[in-house]
Design a protein around this ligand. Structure first.
Ligand code: IPT
Length: 972
């Protein structure tokens, strides 16, 4: 029997690898043979099933679960998709066998030849020409195998990769994402001289000090005499650290088999690296033979920066930086897990444009290119090891059989990523309880890399002030904001509090993000956090046969929406019986990377330039960055008058250092008329940034200049209002008269947080209106109606009064005390077809809700009705606009209607009734109505984040009692 199979490594947690080379930070991508492309492939029902002669093909890098096999993606969060207890796997264990021929270049004769498999999940067995080569686990890090002597330069060789899907390792790769199987990153074959750089460690500090530690080996055996290393930094030669050599020699630490050398320099006037100023230097390290010829070389991009924790502050280059982070998974709607360089770049560019400066690589090390991009574009990275044993966390954390795997995964990540300036914190993994395995791994990291702090949420659970050995940071997840503030004020805080996950972005969510940031920026000890998460992991699926579309699907989606005949699949959509539904759709971007409205909220919260209104003498402008001036920005003033349109004027940004403010004169003479007035500073990039072309909006800070004057309603006596026998308003532009609405299509937060089930129990989803009384006065009509809920009767009054060109509607609703927390109190009506454009004065133009309205500036906005709606993966309440003062719905021939509200209100205009959305699970199932469904809300519940974490705060709830609102309806 094959010795690799005989070991049954898929049920042996002690076996983390066999025949695998040690991890290192030498980049071998340049000059390597890329073995990507179609490989011969067959899928076996189990790892020990016989390999047949029947081959199909599979694309590498890629997962077979997204290609043409019957093993489809499955989504589970915490629970394992099978019942076997660790370290066991199910007997039905899909195993992919990949094979291809490789022509080994003839000029590699005499060289060391290495195969690198970028990533494979979850167990990789390697054979070459039928001979066993090695085994590797750790699905998100590369495995290298020395093929020297096994392959012959100038000849053709057959490489076989056998990938077992389920294993003991699956129990520690139980992350909240789709389960797949395959080879997910590129496969390379490269050659080096037998005398080679085994590893290079670069340390570069903010005062320009650079130290490069090299490890040298020779596969031939003992090192040849006279080898030495040299280094060059942006053309400047580095010096040999002779002190290091002397101490090594005196201590007799010099070895014949392991060469160690250290290079040093100090760069004067160094340009330091930070997320705002990602300055990089080019370093080349060369390994020479005694005659000076170069045996090996390694290139690195070096960022000079310091990270340290002082007291309860995390400092980058001595500055307490705010961590505006997001959790990012490797995801793509067509490939499942495999992401290209362009994909990663597009992810990071988008994050930069929306004010993010940090990434937690949830929950495993990412492709090496991601760290290069983070160095280059400027991100702080929490690099997380591939350990999540969520379903069996307690058993595994102290299980000695898994100890080796913990150490292996954490140490390999550190060995690979230690030279990246972007990596500022190591993370021991996610959701794996806390045990001796973590402390062992923490010990290894502290010894190997004392230059970075370490975090682990499972340890922080012990107590934020004292999380044991495994965390230098209090890094809870989804902690209530009050608790964070209380901790920071308690006098007991010992370390920075940076939430590793917060503000769960499932569906229409991220309520109270602005409250978080107000607290973070004003409370010493709080420094930020990482939003959960970047992606909605919807897989593009054909509706007719239920199969993933796969790599060929580019162009089958746009603006967050799948093309007709397709949809974004979530848990259960591939026929899985064990799954966790739409919980996989919880990102700040759609599966095609279209930003959700929360991105605009975030962009404004991260604004580098802020405004404060300074009475009438001027505007105070502040630089809210940590390291940069304002010279990279340009700006324009916009004055927006409720009754007078928008005016613009060029703005001069003062020269301000980080943290400084300056008063600037009011750029406009405020006109006497025009009503309510707001001043916006439209801030854009002054030149091309690596992540944004010149003119990209960076932020839109805003201050109010003048409040609205009280509105007067003048009844006209020569006209009347028509209502039917039930007291329902008759109006030529309305197909459904205004009635009371207390319900919204539940958001994911409403459902999972338990509010929607309560609303249903009260009967709010199916309230029946009963007219009590219709009273016709001289010129107005008063209608009393009742809506009987299971928590008591809601009384609703409408008074319709004719006014110039229209009808004024005054409403009140009285909610019994038991209806303590409803979705909304307001009017809903429907219009005739053809009113396709909405223009309004209020917040916008993107979607906003009471607790997610910081980033939507007040102004005049205009959006086609079809585009008001946000197509969250599971249809739910969406499309709302906060703080609307007046709106117009018009047809192309300029007919239509106007609504003027008594005060800024939450308004929602879409093509859908709440019940249309509630009835379906995906967007392809919901049919838009021809007319508009219009909600005008006296009160609307905040969104919160209760699908995972805190609900909205009490101030955003809709209280019982009497609500009053009024509005005027006019025909255009
Ligand atoms: C937390 C997980 O770390 C993350 O992977 C994801 O599942 C998130 O929640 C929810 O989407 S764990 C949760 C039990 C708090």
């Amino acid at each position: 029997m094959d010795p690799l199979l005989a070991l049954r490594p898929w049920e042996a947690p002690e076996v983390t690898s066999w025949g695998r080379l040690p991890m290192n930070a030498v980049d071998r991508r340049a000059g390597a043979l890329k073995l990507d492309g179609d490989w011969r492939f067959q899928l076996l029902p189990a790892p020990d099933a016989p390999v047949s002669d029947v081959w199909s093909s599979s694309y590498v890098p890629g997962v077979w679960t997204m290609q043409d096999t019957d093993d489809l993606p499955q989504y589970t969060n915490v629970r394992m998709p099978y019942a076997e207890f660790p370290p066991q796997s199910p007997a039905a264990n899909p195993t992919g066998v990949y094979e291809r021929q490789v022509d080994v270049p003839a000029d590699w004769a005499g060289r060391r030849i290495v195969l690198q498999v970028g990533a494979a999940e979850s167990v990789l067995l390697v054979h070459v020409d039928g001979r066993p080569v090695g085994i590797s686990k750790d699905s998100h890090l590369a495995a290298e195998f020395d093929l020297t002597g096994l392959v012959t330069p100038g000849e053709r060789t057959v490489v076989r990769l056998t990938v077992v899907k389920w294993s003991d390792a699956s129990h520690i790769e139980d992350q909240d994402q789709w389960w797949h199987g395959g080879v997910t990153r590129s496969v390379l074959l490269y050659a080096t001289d037998p005398l080679h750089l085994a590893d290079v460690t670069v340390r570069a500090g903010r005062y320009g000090e650079l130290r490069v530690d090299c490890r040298v080996r020779d596969t031939g055996g003992a090192l040849p005499d006279g080898w030495y290393v040299s280094g060059e930094l942006d053309g400047q030669l580095l010096g040999q650290d002779t002190e290091f050599d002397r101490i090594n020699a005196e201590d007799e630490r010099v070895s014949d088999f392991l060469g160690e050398a250290r290079l040093r320099t100090t760069v004067p006037d160094v340009r330091t690296w930070s997320a705002e100023t990602p300055e990089l230097y080019d370093l080349t390290v060369r390994l020479h033979r005694a005659d000076g010829t170069v045996a090996d070389a390694s290139r690195h991009r070096v960022g000079f920066r310091d990270v340290e924790i002082v007291g309860r502050d995390l400092l980058v280059n001595g500055e307490r930086v705010f961590v505006r982070g997001v959790n990012r998974h490797d995801f793509h709607p067509l490939t499942g897990r495999t992401v290209s360089y362009d994909d990663m770049r597009a992810d990071l560019v988008l994050l930069k444009r929306f004010g993010f400066n940090a990434i937690r690589t949830a929950h495993y090390p990412n492709d090496p290119a991601l760290y290069d991009l983070a160095d280059e574009l400027g991100f702080y990275v929490v690099d997380e090891a591939d350990i999540e044993s969520h379903d069996h966390a307690h058993e595994i954390a102290d299980d000695p059989r898994y100890l080796n795997a913990f150490l292996d995964r954490v140490s390999r990540m550190v060995l690979r990523d230690k030279n990246h300036p972007s990596v500022i914190i190591w993370s021991l993994g996610n959701e794996s309880d806390y045990g001796a395995g973590h402390d062992a791994a923490a010990g290894w990291v502290r010894r190997h890399d004392p230059t970075r702090p370490l975090q682990y949420e499972g340890a922080a659970k012990l107590g934020w002030a004292d999380p044991g050995l495994a965390s230098d940071i209090a890094c809870p997840m989804y902690a209530p904001l009050e608790d964070c503030v209380a901790h920071a004020l308690s006098g007991e805080q010992t370390r920075p509090l940076i939430q590793c996950e917060y503000s769960h972005a499932m569906g229409n969510s991220n309520g109270t993000l602005a409250d978080h940031w107000a607290a973070i920026e004003s409370t010493p000890g709080l420094q930020g956090g990482f939003i959960w998460e970047f992606w909605d992991h919807g897989i593009l699926q054909r509706v007719n046969d239920g199969r993933p579309v796969g790599r060929g699907g580019a162009g089958l989606y746009e603006g967050g929406v799948a093309a007709p005949g397709h949809r974004w699949a979530y848990g259960g959509d591939f026929g899985e019986t064990i799954h966790d539904g739409a919980f996989i759709a919880d990102g700040v971007v759609f599966p095609d990377r279209t930003p959700k409205p929360v991105m605009y909220e975030h962009r404004e919260l991260a604004a580098p330039v802020r405004l404060e209104c300074f009475r009438h003498e001027g505007i105070v402008l502040g630089n809210h960055q940590h390291f940069r001036g304002l010279d990279w920005l340009t700006a324009e003033w916009e004055l927006s008058l409720a009754d007078g349109g928008t005016r613009t004027a060029p703005a001069e940004l003062p020269a301000l250092r980080p943290g400084e403010t300056a008063a600037v004169p009011l750029p406009f003479e405020l006109p006497e008329d025009g009503g309510e007035a707001w001043l916006t500073l439209r801030v854009t990039t002054a030149g091309d940034e690596p992540w944004a072309p010149r003119g990209t909006v960076v932020c839109l800070p805003q201050v109010p200049l003048r409040a609205a004057a009280p509105k007067r309603v003048l009844p006209v006596r020569n006209r009347s209002v028509e209502v039917d026998a039930d007291g329902l308003l008759l109006h030529p532009l309305l197909t459904s008269a205004p009635t009371l609405s207390l319900w919204r299509a539940p958001t994911d937060n409403d459902e999972l947080g338990g509010t929607a089930p309560r609303w249903r129990a009260w009967g709010l989803d199916a309230l029946v209106r009963k007219v009590v009384d219709v009273r016709q006065a001289a010129w107005s009509v008063t209608v009393h109606a009742e809506y009987a809920s299971d928590a008591g009767v809601v009384r609703h009054t409408q008074v319709f009064t004719p006014v110039e060109d229209g009808i004024h509607v005054e409403e009140s609703a009285e909610l019994p005390d038991a209806l303590a927390d409803v979705a909304r109190v307001g009017s809903v009506f429907e219009t005739v077809a053809g009113l396709d454009l909405m223009e309004w004065y209020g917040q916008g133009h993107w979607e906003s809700y009471p607790d997610r309205a910081f980033g939507a500036p007040v102004g005049h906005h205009s959006v086609p009705v079809d585009e008001l709606f946000t197509p969250y993966l599971r249809p739910q309440e969406s499309g709302g606009r906060h703080g609307v003062r007046h709106l117009t719905l018009s047809a192309p021939d300029a007919t239509g209607l106007t609504v003027v509200l008594d005060e800024p209100r939450q308004v929602c205009v879409t093509r859908y009734r709440a019940e249309d959305l509630t009835a379906v699970g995906h967007h392809d199932e919901v049919v838009p109505r021809a007319g508009c469904v219009v909600h005008l809300d006296a009160a609307h519940r905040g969104l919160g984040t209760a699908s995972c974490g805190p609900d909205t705060s009490p101030s955003y709830l809709v209280p019982p009692g009497v609500h009053r609102w009024s509005w005027t309806l006019r025909t255009l």
